[in-house]
Ligand binder design. Structure first.
Ligand SMILES: [Zn+2]
Length: 263
């Protein structure tokens, strides 16, 4: 991930040297501000070690959160809660959402950003209260969705309708789709952006076309790097899930029998 940033900087420098326009220096500065913001925002704040030389293993340092950190049972597979794991354009929108909310006195905590197919399947197995969609069909699997929760003095405000009603429209004004509008599956902590691109195309590896693409000159490269990291996480969590499955079925052999063997 660090490499993404590094490559971005390199690309921006290249553009600065070659482009006719003068937007590149501004962009470089802008990128620094963004990074600075990522460094300083987090709940809780982890110590991060950004190393320029790091390429292959950057995903291992993505921030995770405990599944009980926010007062809700979210299964046994770790949740990835790192803004760096998101699509760069969407990530910047989320940062903007956090910044605006903070300026209005609302502190947000990141609950989950990118989600592996394995984790999605775990939610599915936990019932419809968690999710209705199977692996590959949630925008979290493409770095295009985030789950957040407002916090007051470190206490998550899941049931604070007044706060949700304030922050939902802020996200919508940024062009995000807000789960607080979903009547049948009210999900006020969920924000996503796909520019209308459906799962059918996302599954095939096609990403939405971003507005102001000139601001993201290395987007294609960044997304390739991200996808590599996503795959690495997928393998990691699939291995965790297999171990967990073995442990629970050995411990409770009846579980396997009760569930039958069809699915
Ligand atoms: Zn979500």
């Amino acid at each position: 991930m660090v490499r993404i940033f590094f490559v971005s900087i390199v690309c921006l420098s290249f553009f600065a040297a070659n482009a006719q326009t003068s937007i590149a220096p501004f962009e470089l500065q802008d990128a620094e501000i963004r990074m600075d913001f990522i460094h300083h925002f987090s709940q809780p704040t982890p110590v991060r070690h950004w190393e320029i030389s790091d390429t292959v293993d950057a995903w291992k340092r993505w921030e995770l959160v405990e599944n009980y950190s926010f007062g809700k049972d979210r299964g046994s597979i770790p949740m990835i809660a790192d803004l760096q794991s998101l699509h760069p354009y969407f990530r910047d929108k989320v940062i903007e959402l956090i910044r605006i909310c903070r300026s209005k006195g609302i502190e947000l905590a990141i609950v989950e950003t990118y989600r592996t197919a394995t984790k999605q399947n775990e939610y599915r197995s936990m019932g419809r209260r968690y999710t209705r969609v199977r692996a590959g069909f949630s925008n979290h699997q493409y770095g295009l969705a985030v789950d957040i929760v407002p916090v007051i003095k470190s206490v998550p405000q899941w049931h604070n309708i007044r706060l949700w009603k304030k922050l939902g429209p802020i996200g919508e004004r940024l062009g995000l789709r807000w789960g607080g509008r979903w009547g049948r599956f009210f999900d006020p902590g969920h924000f996503e952006w796909t520019a209308g691109v459906g799962t059918y195309h996302l599954v095939q590896g096609k990403f939405p076309i971003i507005p102001k693409a000139a601001l993201y000159p290395c987007l294609a490269e960044d997304l390739k790097e991200l996808q590599r990291h996503w795959r690495a996480w997928e393998m990691e969590q699939a291995a965790v899930a297999r171990k967990e499955f073995t442990r629970t079925t050995v411990k409770h052999p009846a579980t396997k029998l009760a569930n039958g063997g069809n699915e």
